[in-house]
Write a protein that binds this ligand. Structure first.
Ligand code: ADP
Ligand code: ZN
Ligand code: ZN
Length: 889
């Protein structure tokens, strides 16, 4: 092992989570890469003396994040051999145990942290893969989210960089020898598996033999000199794509002259006699003279039918050469966009833009502020981003734009591409690894003004970062769930902005409660766009029109029931849909049926039983016939009568979009229906197809889940019907109120974007719930006030922080026992260390108590800094730790 080191090593680096201001990180980064340390690849092979002669201070130790299979959260110290100089962010090969592994240098120092260190073997790449700021971000993520350090570094490395360490096994005895050896049956099985083969990869042998404890057996056999182990890294998953090209080595005139001569088919002096058709060679020379000097071989072949032999003749005559040329796999090659002019900004947009623009010029030292751009749906936020981006580019800097889910926002991407033609890189998971790899390198080399992508685009190696935009900042998709690191892109964006001096703009019509709280506390600067706008003409050269937000009607389903209407459509909604259809308008029917939760609700008074300790609704478990709290595991029997109004009509709710489609086709037989949810959009590109069909008015009613709430512009939609607002409201989560408000407001935002205006009908059993009342009035402030007081009372974010621990196992009893043991251990640890204000809630079964055959139990920590308790602990396999979870579901 290289220079060791125990716990707490990470803390030698200033850690923002433990109250160190980030400025210190910035300082630490500067001094570690330092003006003093050479970062140029050209110095790689210079001797130390030479470097000193260059006036550069020699740094002789490196702190390296190592790509080992064990999930370390720390770096390892290596010495730099004479002549090797590395920079922060550079990839290196390092010895690790008996292996050679990949690593990334996170710090270069003069003093080793440990007496015994081993040498770095070599640099993998000439230039750093990570900027110093990103190296600091990797450490921050690892420390904040308690994730393995190299996994955090990996987020920022070129796609496909990580190579698997392989162990090759080579037999040193022949099959005949084996018979004579004294071996256990298992040892014999291993040797026989290897016999007569050159070498076999350990994992392959494992699969072939199915032997448990293979590692130990190998150890024994290697100890006796019967097999040899060779350590290697797996092949790279991706490389730059090279395409053979033909290069003309003479001038165009000479090429034409050669083509005209008769000598082509004749063997050159000393060469083999050839019989090759002349015409294709002449044609190739002419084509190269015309289009050259460099033409892809495939193209030349297709054009001139020149063959292998003909080409060889030209090469032998010194007229052409064949060479490999690196080409880019360009995902946007097919996107055809026409340029767009920027419209005149409204006064509100102008005011917001001016503040951002002023910050972009940025005074040094203080760091630009974080802006929260709170603008109602359709208020022109995107237009503000676009102009701020233009300003950024004018200042010679670059930007990253984050959108919640790239496949759901084709319209937005198109708007950016139109404004920055040829300067936009789009990152999404649909790209091939090759495309991602090429794009990463092009971004790093500064080819794009703007990088657009979902969550992970925050890690794009965009140089000279001047602006980060995060659209719909309240969206939960910004939080990574699986696998670790479970980071939130907004938190990362904040750190990155601070370290790089970039401005950060968070935009939303329904800001995350925590973001808004920060704005009121002065940590973010609030910019407001209070009115919805619409272009008065196509090109935006005239000032735009202000439009009202759609009218919202809340329908009380309890009354419907009393009136004898058992349909999922209230009378009001049914009439409104019929009217819209008659007028040739489009309708959206929305039902958020996310999650498998089923809750119990009184159909007379709307009452939903909740847990007194956690303020979340209780979940019905059919097997036990009980209502269970998914936070603290308190349970009670299902009431036969409503505790609030004594009605016997208390029952389980749960319908899905499919059911809505079925009912809609029955109620509105003439209407053309289109369903949009995860079940119908599994295939790549189907989002865009469904959206396009609806935009082209090939359907009258669009039925969907929360996906349709995303920032889509559908002008012909005049009516949005929310089938049941209660589904999301009664998920057992402290954020279900916020989530419901956001969804209702966003869905409502889809209505009335065209000249015909629009209306929204929300159906619910709880018309007086604060989230529904606030959404009905488009009153974010009222929602905020209510929600923030709730959170304060219960110590939920932003007044406390959360951590969620989940244990999953195939054995139900074991899962429960592990969870109980862990909860007890956490409580004990909490006491021993005297950590105040930390609640350990649970364990309780997870909302979805069994996933892929594994039983899941969860523990929730709530308090000042749950990570502080967890940081020092190690978790057995099967546990996942989520710091600052966006949901406890
Ligand atoms: P948001 O991002 O807040 O949802 P958008 O930027 O998409 O809002 O604007 C809504 C609509 O109004 C879009 O069609 C957009 O082109 C148009 N728009 C926005 N600002 C202006 C403006 N200043 N002049 C003309 N049209 C505008
Ligand atoms: Zn009741
Ligand atoms: Zn509870």
């Amino acid at each position: 092992m290289p220079g060791g080191g125990g716990r707490g090593r990470l803390h030698t680096y200033p850690c923002p989570a433990s109250h160190h201001p980030l400025r210190q990180i910035r300082r630490a980064v500067r001094s570690s890469t330092g003006e003093g340390c050479d970062v140029s690849p050209r110095f790689d092979l210079l001797a130390v003396g030479d470097i000193l002669a260059w006036g550069v201070r020699a740094m002789s130790f490196a702190e390296v994040a190592v790509n080992s299979t064990a999930p370390h959260r720390r770096t390892f110290t290596y010495s730099l051999p004479n002549g090797l100089s590395v920079a922060v962010g550079q990839a290196v090969y390092v010895p690790f145990g008996s292996r050679t592994l990949q690593g990334v240098v996170l710090e270069v120092t003069e003093e080793p942290r440990f007496a015994e260190t081993r040498d770095v073997i070599a640099a993998i790449d000439g230039r750093p893969l990570l900027s110093p700021e990103r190296a600091a971000i990797a450490r921050w993520i690892s420390d904040h989210y308690l994730a393995p350090l190299f996994d955090c570094v990996s987020l920022m490395l070129p796609p496909g960089f990580r190579r698997k360490p392989l162990t090759l096994l080579r037999p040193l005895v022949s099959r005949e020898d084996i018979a004579a050896l004294e071996l256990t049956p298992r040892q014999r099985q291993v040797l026989e598996g290897l016999a007569d083969r050159r070498e076999v990869e350990m994992e392959e042998l494992h699969q072939e033999t199915g032997l448990r404890g293979l590692g130990a057996l190998i150890e024994q056999l290697a100890g006796r000199g019967l097999i040899e182990r060779i350590y290697e890294l797996g092949p790279p998953k991706v490389r730059a794509k090279v395409v053979p090209h033909v290069r003309l080595l003479v001038g165009p005139e000479d090429a034409r002259a050669e083509a005209a001569r008769d000598l082509l088919g004749v063997a050159p002096a000393g060469g083999r006699p050839v019989r090759v058709r002349r015409e294709p060679m002449a044609a190739a020379l002419n084509a190269l003279a015309e289009e050259g000097p460099l033409v892809p071989l495939a193209k030349l072949r297709a054009q001139t039918r020149i063959g292998e032999a003909g080409l060889r003749v030209l090469v032998e005559r010194g007229l052409v050469a064949v060479e490999d040329v690196e080409v880019e796999r360009d995902p946007l090659a097919a996107l055809d966009v026409s340029p767009r002019q920027a419209p005149l900004l409204t006064p509100a947009q102008e005011a917001a833009y001016r503040e951002i623009a002023a910050a972009l010029g940025g005074k040094d030292g203080e760091g630009p502020p974080v802006f929260l751009l709170y603008g109602v749906t359709g208020s022109g936020k995107t237009e503000v981003y676009l102009q701020a981006l233009e300003k950024t580019v004018a200042l010679g800097r670059r930007a990253i734009v984050l959108v919640p889910e790239i496949s759901l926002t084709p319209q937005t991407v198109r708007r950016f591409a139109e404004r920055f033609r040829g300067q936009v890189a789009v990152m999404h998971s649909g790209l091939s690894l090759g495309e991602q790899f090429d794009q990463w390198r092009r971004i790093r080399d500064g080819h794009y003004a703007v990088v657009i992508g979902a969550r992970s685009a925050i890690f794009a190696p965009q140089p000279d970062l001047g602006l980060i935009v995060m659209d719909e900042e309240h969206e939960w998709t910004y939080k990574q769930q699986e696998p670790a690191p479970r980071y939130h892109a907004r938190a990362v964006a904040e750190k990155l902005a601070e370290l790089t001096g970039a401005a950060l703009v968070l935009g939303s019509a329904t800001p995350d409660l925590e973001s808004y709280h920060r704005a009121t506390a002065g940590r973010y600067r609030l910019l407001t766009l209070p009115e919805r706008v619409q272009a008065a003409d196509g090109d935006g050269s005239r000032p735009c029109i202000v439009r009202p937000l759609p009218e919202v009607e809340v329908v009380d389903l309890r009354q419907e029931l009393k009136a004898g209407n058992r349909s999922i459509f209230s009378r009001s909604l049914e009439r409104a849909v019929a009217d819209a259809l008659a007028g040739g308008e489009q309708v959206i029917l929305f039902l958020n049926r996310r999650g498998a939760a089923s809750f119990v609700q009184c159909r007379d008074c709307g009452h939903v039983p909740t847990c007194s300790a956690c303020a979340v609704s209780l979940t019905y478990h059919a097997t036990e016939e009980r209502l269970i709290c998914h936070h603290c595991h308190r349970s009670r029997r299902v009431p036969e009568r409503c505790p609030q109004c004594q009605s016997p009509r208390i029952r389980f709710l749960g319908i899905g979009t499919e059911k809505v489609e079925e009912e809609a086709s029955r109620t509105f037989p003439g209407a053309r229906l289109l369903r949009w949810d995860r079940d119908v959009t599994r295939r790549r590109g189907s989002h865009e197809r469904i959206l396009m069909r609806f935009l082209a008015h090939e359907a009258d009613i669009l039925i969907g889940t929360q996906m349709i709430a995303k920032g889509l512009d559908m002008p012909a939609v005049t009516l949005v019907g929310v089938i049941s607002a209660d589904v999301g409201l009664n998920l057992p989560d402290y954020r279900s109120g916020e989530r419901t408000f956001q969804l209702l407001e966003q869905v409502a935002g889809r209505a009335g974007r065209g000249p015909r205006g629009g209306r929204v009908i929300i159906q619910t059993y709880t018309p007086h719930h604060y989230a529904i009342e606030a959404a009905a009035r488009h009153d974010y402030a009222a929602f905020y006030e209510h929600e923030v007081s709730l959170r304060r009372r219960l110590g939920y974010p932003p007044f406390g922080r959360l951590a969620r621990l989940v244990f999953a196992h195939t054995n139900a009893t074991h899962a429960q026992e592990q969870a109980l043991r862990m909860a007890a251990a956490l409580r004990r640890e909490c006491d021993v260390r005297g950590i105040p204000n930390l609640d350990v809630l649970g364990p309780a079964p997870a909302l979805v108590p069994r996933v892929r055959g594994r039983y899941r139990w969860q523990i929730t920590l709530r308090g000042g800094d749950p990570a502080e308790l967890l940081r020092e602990l190690s978790f057995p396999q099967g546990w996942t730790v989520d710091i600052d979870p966006v949901s406890l579901l």
